[in-house]
Every structure is written in structure tokens, then in C-alpha cells.
Write a protein that binds this ligand. Sequence first.
Ligand code: 0O2
Length: 221
Amino acid sequence: FTLNELRTLKAELTRFMMAYKFALDEMNTKINILKEEFQYIHDYNPIEHVKYRVKTPESILDKVYRKNLELSLPSIKENIKDIAGIRITCSFITDIYKICDMLKGQKDITVIESKDYIKKPKPNGYRSLHLIIEIPIFMSDREERIPVEIQIRTIAMDFWASLEHKIFYKYNKEVPDHLLKELKEAATSAAELDVKMEKLNNEMGVYKEKGRLEDELVLGQ
Ligand code: 0O2
């Protein structure tokens, strides 16, 4: 490469990566609006926490080689849809589907792909709801539609997935059978916990609603 070619390449790459960062900024605003408005209307917040990340250039290159893709920016944009990633953690499974529907309902969001690993967990026990969406980004001289991967999960699903990820890398992807079996059992326990916590929360909701109605009746007398 000549110095000029290198300069051009660096500028192109920086601009390419910036678009993904802007997409996350847009999504951050959307998610904050949903959170605030939902809190105001329903008096609770369905989102526990949100993490945003742009894939590192090393990790993008890894995927290019792993998937045997052409090493060019158009090919990367076409084939790697998780350069911008968001992980939303909720307390309850119903919240996951509420968030998903609220996002899907927005006019400028196009859903490219949706994978429900909650209804159909992966064989290892992994559960999460995955969406690949596209949103428009308006820049100084152009509009671009940028893909964003959104993973929505409960705290229990997230706890399981982060430990599984650590174990997978610790054993360099060759996890001993007994650990795989225990991970699968832990995934089942996490799924049971999700159901139990939601049931408790619903019961508390009924109790709160009953108390509110009783108060109203007393005040009304
Ligand atoms: P990272 O570092 O988290 O980004 P893809 O490889 O994305 O083109 P795939 O496998 O069909 O295609 O995508 P899928 O199933 O939607 O999974 C993508 C992401 O979900 C992964 O990204 C993980 O973050 C997460 N994930 C999927 N399966 C598992 C699992 O079994 N365990 C854990 N802990 N996480 C999982 P990356 O790119 O693998 O990694």
C-alpha cells in the first residue's frame, strides 16, 4: 500500500464503523424513551439493564475468515449483521416479548430476522430472544440502513449465558461432558426460576390491585 492508499483505507474503515456506533446511539434513545414512558404509564420498568457494543475489527475479521467471506466492506456489511449489538436484560419473560413488540412496532425499524431461543432453546440449554433489525441513519451527505443485533433475555438467562461463555472459552471450546451435562441442568433450573418468579410477580400484582380497589372503595364511601 502507498501512504495515500493507507489513508483512504483508514478513512473508509472509520466511516464504516461510525455508522454502527450511530445506529447504537439511535437505539439507545429509542430504548430510553420506551423505558421512561413505560415506567410513567405502568409504574414499573421492564428493563433491568442494557449493554451496547460495536464488534472490534479483530472480531469482525475472525468472522470473515470463519465464514469464508470476501474481505471487503460491502461484503462485511452484507454478511455480518451483528457488528452493532445490544443486550437487553429484563426481569420476566413476558417483559421480553413486550419489549420485542414495542420495538417491532416502530415504523423506522425493519425486522430482518427473529430467532426465539426461549420457545425453542438451543440443544446446550441457551435461551434468549434474538432480533436482527435495520434502522436508518442520517448522515451529512447520505442515509444508510444499518443492521443491529438485539438479544433480549431475563436475568437468569443472562447469568447462565455468561457462565457458559466463560466455560466454553476456558476449555477452548472442548468442554468436558460432565460440565456440558451440568450446564444443561443449570439451564433447566434457570428456566424453572423464570417461571416461578413470574408467577410470584403476578400474584403480587393481583394482591396490589386488590388493595388499590379496596382503598378506592373506602375513600369513595
Ligand atoms: P459474541 O462475542 O457474543 O458476539 P452468527 O454466528 O451470529 O452469524 P448464529 O450462530 O446463527 O449466527 O447466530 P445466533 O444463534 O443468533 O447467535 C449469535 C449470538 O448469540 C452469539 O454471538 C452469542 O452472543 C449468542 N449465543 C448464541 N448461542 C449461544 C450459546 O450457546 N451460548 C452463549 N453463551 N451465547 C450464545 P457470537 O458472535 O457467537 O459471539
